[in-house]
Write a protein that binds this ligand. Structure first.
Ligand SMILES: Cc1cc2nc3c(=O)[nH]c(=O)nc-3n(C[C@H](O)[C@H](O)[C@H](O)COP(=O)(O)O)c2cc1C
Length: 356
């Protein structure tokens, strides 16, 4: 396909509009549509999921051990429209556990819209895993091209390491798309090690788009360093370069890009969307402070403050989910601690919470 490769274009960095997320975006990107309204649902009108759900203007990032069924249940109680991502499930796990798939892939119906993230670097297993997962009716299948952990990008040769081989990622995405009925997407970094120029990022996107039906990328706006940094360090040491993200928006107008990395407030989410972002994905802040982040999504981002959570509903769901997870994992599991803290916080509130 004729994709306009951005490699030839220099980055333009005009100043931000007043009131824009200056601290967040450090005044380095080019606002594509300044002043655009908060809801850009029209951008996703061509997506097959568009009819069923509001577009992924806001999503909660895939987070291993954190965005499990329990956390997602909590998140869905707070926001009806946020897109939720699963933890990464490795393709080989799905293939080898095909008689035990519910354990890895089942989710309650009300978690839609929900995206399954898979990881792997074996084409056959990625294809088979997608075929098996297709029966679970996820709304999108996403391939992890951003995880820097030694087990994944080191021995496993997948995650962020895949960014070294755009050709393979194109083939993998084509195999994934062939084996499912929903849109496919890639979550990646802006680069890996010294393969970190804007031109190389464009080559990656260009190759994947030209070899597969992938039209949605989630861009974690920092590079991954595979030289010994821990995964946690890899989420804070490499600097955020939002200008790469806004460059992609400008240079690949037929592709949707979701911005990820370092976003901690709902104002930053709104501001990014006002400045042209197709969508924003939040990880740690949505987990560590679910109400502050997710509690405003339906109203502030979607303009549909339809969710209304009463103290009674929270307590009831705590009885259903809280007890069972504590029984299952014990109270030391971090997400359980977080969840319990959150429920207790709610249960002490003397009024009905209205997500408007
Ligand atoms: C505990 C934890 C686990 C993570 N696991 C995954 C994962 O399974 N797949 C993935 O693509 N990213 C994973 N990430 C990265 C997040 O999806 C996200 O890209 C990163 O945290 C940056 O976003 P933030 O600054 O909003 O947290 C993980 C992050 C954390 C904190």
């Amino acid at each position: 396909m004729a994709m306009r490769c951005a490699a030839k274009h220099a980055l333009v960095t005009p100043p931000l509009a007043p009131g824009s997320p200056g601290a967040l975006l450090q005044g380095r990107f080019s606002p594509r549509t300044p002043g655009a309204g908060p809801c850009r649902a029209a951008s996703y009108a061509s997506s097959p999921a568009a009819g069923k759900h509001l577009p992924p203007l806001f999503s909660v990032a895939p987070m291993m051990d954190w965005t499990d069924n329990h956390y997602r249940t909590l998140a869905r109680l707070i926001s009806r429209h946020a897109w939720l991502y699963t933890e990464m499930v490795v393709a080989e796990t799905i293939v080898h556990q095909k008689d035990n798939l519910d354990r890895f892939l089942a989710f309650p119906e009300d978690q839609h819209p929900i995206v399954l993230q898979i990881g792997g670097s074996n084409l056959e297993n990625l294809a088979k895993a997608t075929e098996l997962a297709n029966a679970y009716s996820y709304d999108e299948i996403n391939l992890n091209c951003g995880c820097p952990s030694g087990k994944v990008a080191g021995h496993g040769c997948f995650g962020a390491r895949l960014m070294f081989d755009p050709e393979f990622v194109g083939d993998a995405m084509s195999a994934i798309a062939t084996n499912c009925d929903v849109p496919v997407s890639v979550k990646c970094r802006i680069g890996v090690d010294d393969r970190d120029s804007y031109e190389e990022l464009c080559e990656f996107v260009d190759k994947v788009v030209s070899k597969s039906p992938t039209r949605h990328f989630i861009i974690h706006a920092r590079k991954a360093l595979l030289n010994g940094l821990s995964p946690a360090e890899n989420r804070k040491v490499p600097s955020l370069k939002y200008e790469y993200y806004f460059g992609l928006l400008r240079d690949f107008p037929q592709v949707k890009f979701t911005l990820n990395g370092g976003i901690t407030t709902i104002d930053q989410v709104s501001s990014s969307i006002r400045h042209g972002a197709n969508g924003v994905m939040v990880g740690r802040a949505a987990y560590n402070n679910p109400w502050n982040m997710l509690g405003h999504v339906d109203g502030a981002i979607y303009g549909k403050p339809t969710r209304c959570i009463s103290r009674r509903q929270i307590l009831e769901s705590y009885q259903v989910y809280g007890d069972s997870i504590i029984g299952q994992y014990g109270p030391s599991r971090p997400n359980v601690r977080q969840l319990v803290k959150f429920y207790l916080h709610f249960s002490s509130l003397p009024f009905v919470l209205d997500n408007g």
